[in-house]
Design a protein around this ligand. Structure first.
Ligand SMILES: [Zn+2]
Length: 407
């Protein structure tokens, strides 16, 4: 029992979390439990009890004393530093991309870099679970609790000896496709809300947009890549016109994007406050919806989420400033700024692009798309992925796209 707290009280500080972990190495706070706190907690505890190595699992909201943007990583580091407990640690502090895994001590003799191998195995397992989950629900995904469960399953099954190996059986993966472990479809939840006038239309637009983007993305890859080369980089290299990749440190790139996003979001907040009651409710609602979605993303560690925050802010600012049209950035990389024209991708398909990308498409030069960082270091053009940013082209494809972005 925590000092001075009832059985249902949150462990709100680092000290309280440590006190709770001292009693039970699995801590699942209500806020992370998705309405299934008890069953998740029981299942994770059962899995932890059979782990061959010490494990510590913390699913909580970030304690207020944390000072960095990467709250999961910071909390994990603090908890380990204060406790000195070696083993495998898994910490998640929020729904949007805030999870951290670390291995302290020699928990897996014979494996050179247990933390890297475990992270890679987790990435494989989460990817496999999400593939199954997306089959039933396009906007659903494995929750942080599922990630925790997968880590424990991997430990119980045995950390694989090599990178990139699928560590779990199909049955083990399938267990995470039930509602207990799945982050719900926020889009459906949003459509169910009463204030939305035409949910059917929105759903149709969303579906059409998704189909168009899929086709557009595919065509773009084909157009850029040349015949028979589905991969952008490889194809460009084969064609002898690849630019040397600019060596931007991912952390530097992320922080640059964050600083742009933070200032755009702050500007939207100020502008909405100042002018909100002087514009019509429709535009005000768009700005407010964008602001709400943007604010929670500026602290993310996922580059796409942070860039998305900036685009959401630009979309909100446009809605406040103008009665016509909407903000559309460059489809290839929204950081290029406002799209100036539409470029043909063949087959009658066009996407909005900035002047530089337009020139590159015209001359056949390689594009420099926004890259999605996948676990374990590999990267791909974001539109080759399945994120909400890929399906909406960061809003460049129009429609009420921000409604597809989870809150
Ligand atoms: Zn561009």
């Amino acid at each position: 029992m925590l000092p001075g707290s009832g059985p249902d009280a949150f462990a709100g500080s680092v000290d309280e979390i440590l006190a709770a972990l001292d009693q039970d190495p699995v801590l699942v706070e209500e806020v992370m439990g998705n309405g299934n706190t008890e069953s998740i907690s029981a299942e994770l505890s059962a899995k932890a009890s059979t782990s061959p190595v010490p494990v510590f699992v913390v699913l909580t909201k970030a304690p207020p004393e944390l000072t960095t943007d990467n709250t999961a990583e910071e909390l994990l580091t603090l908890l380990h530093a204060q406790s000195g407990w070696d083993g495998v640690w898994f910490v998640s502090t929020a729904d949007i991309g805030h999870t951290a895994v670390a291995v302290y001590g020699d928990v897996a003799p014979g494996i050179d870099n247990a933390e890297t191998v475990l992270s890679s195995a987790l990435s494989q397992a989460t990817g496999a679970a999400n593939t199954l989950i997306h089959h039933d629900c396009r906007h659903c995904s494995a929750s942080p609790a599922a990630d925790a469960g997968l880590v424990l399953d991997i430990l119980n099954t045995g950390i694989p000896q090599t990178y990139g190996e699928q560590p779990l059986s199909d049955e083990q993966i399938e267990a995470y496709t039930t509602s207990t472990w799945v982050k719900p479809d926020t889009q459906t939840a949003f459509y169910d809300r009463a204030e939305l006038p035409t949910p059917g239309l929105y759903a149709m637009v969303a579906t059409l947009t998704a189909v168009c983007v899929f086709v557009a993305g595919y065509r773009l890859v084909q157009a850029i890549g040349g015949q028979g080369h589905p991969r952008l980089g490889t194809a460009a290299a084969d064609a002898g016109r690849a630019r040397p990749a600019r060596p931007v440190d991912p952390q530097v790139e992320l922080e640059r994007a964050r600083s742009r996003a933070v200032s755009a979001v702050a500007k939207l907040g100020r502008t909405l406050e100042r002018k909100g009651d002087r514009i019509d409710w429709k535009r005000r609602d768009i700005a407010a919806a964008c602001l709400e979605r943007a604010e929670s993303r500026t602290t993310s560690d996922d580059l796409l989420e942070v860039v998305g925050a900036e685009v959401l802010a630009d979309t909100g600012l446009h809605a406040i400033a103008r009665t016509e049209g909407q903000y559309r950035g460059c489809y290839v990389d929204p950081r290029h700024g406002r799209a100036a024209t539409e470029a043909s991708l063949g087959g009658g398909l066009h996407v909005p692009v900035c002047p530089t990308c337009d020139r590159r498409l015209t001359t056949g030069a390689a594009l420099e798309p926004l890259l999605e960082r996948r676990r374990f270091g590999s990267r791909r053009a974001y539109y080759e992925g399945s994120s909400v940013w890929a399906t909406t082209g960061f809003g460049s494809l129009g429609g009420d796209w921000w409604q597809e972005v989870p809150r």
